[in-house]
Design a protein around this ligand. Sequence first.
Ligand code: FDP
Length: 391
Amino acid sequence: MDDGVDILMMASTTTMKSFVSKTSSSSALRNTKKSSSSKRVFSVRAKAGQSEMGTPFSTWVLQQEMKDNIDNEHAIVLQSISVACKQIASLVQRAGLAGMTGLAGEQNVQGEDQKKLDVISNDVFCDTLRLSGRTGVIASEEEDVPVAVEETYGGNYVCVFDPLDGSSNIDAAVSTGSIWGIYAGDSQCVPDFSSESPAEVEAKCVQNVCQPGENLVSAGYCMYSSSTILVISVGDGVFGFTLDSAVGEFIMTHERIQIPKSGKIYSFNEGNYDMWTPGLKQYMDSLKTGGKETGTKPYSARYIGSLVGDFHRTMLYGGIYGYPGDAKNPTGKLRLLYECAPMSFLAEQAGGAGSDGTGRVLKINPEKVHQRVPFFTGSVEEVAYLESFMK
Ligand code: FDP
């Protein structure tokens, strides 16, 4: 039996076991955050130092709750996001067959053409989060302003997301992904629908959303590629789960991902080279003669042009991904809130770095919802080397 089959069988068995135990104990787990029996089961497992590979995502989320890494509401938000990702994965896979490729005929607030699937994926994400009843404010790349979730307000969490990043690739069936970040809401800033005007509610939503990345309580992405992979951190390492379509569940396939400290792969849109600063050009030229170990093998170029795919490869193989500012767009292309901050959170949790070229992205205080920043991420040593050319 090859490794792939092995993993699938292990995953399916674990899923069945978890299903059986979940049907008898899931409500108890939700309502009694740390019942003594659930604590005991978890600590036995932890003491045994067992690998968590093969754990279904829903079980892992409950374990994070038992470990006190997240609370009950946060757990529900994460489960909802995993459902949204499964739905989007299925839509992406069927896009060509179901007539969902091409433009929707509208532009978003940033002046970008919206693809049909951008609009549909946004609806999927928004609806799933709304129905979870645990998110108070949501902000999407595809929406002009952050939205307070009126129907269920009372949810503590603020979710920022890009429902379908890299969607210019979709018609060619190249990888795309969803990216999200979750913040705790600002308790001083709860919108009151009964007494406040829409403008006042909106101002409070913006304030809830514009938090620095270091306030993130969790972040993740889901990549829609040859397989569908959900990668997440709740502040205690980074874990990857592959969708097992036979059982409809994400199964852990990557435990505590660590970005290699260095790596000889660079991922930049070099077509913009002429518009870069002299320092950045010098950096790029140096990679072609071995980087800081001048005279050694040149770096390899890999650029999909889809952030989630490029970032995922960088996490696993090391190296550097960059989208710098240039003469035409001094702050680059990528958005701070729902691209750079969540990816930086993941990179740091995996022992890597996320920088705007001068310092940590997670330190930046957003001034507006769709703010763009130059972005460099990946292996710590590679990001530090890049920064040495940007002073
Ligand atoms: P897209 O426009 O297809 O949605 O931020 C969006 C993004 O893709 C990233 O996913 C991707 O890395 C980048 O833009 C690609 O930009 P360039 O085409 O300028 O290289």
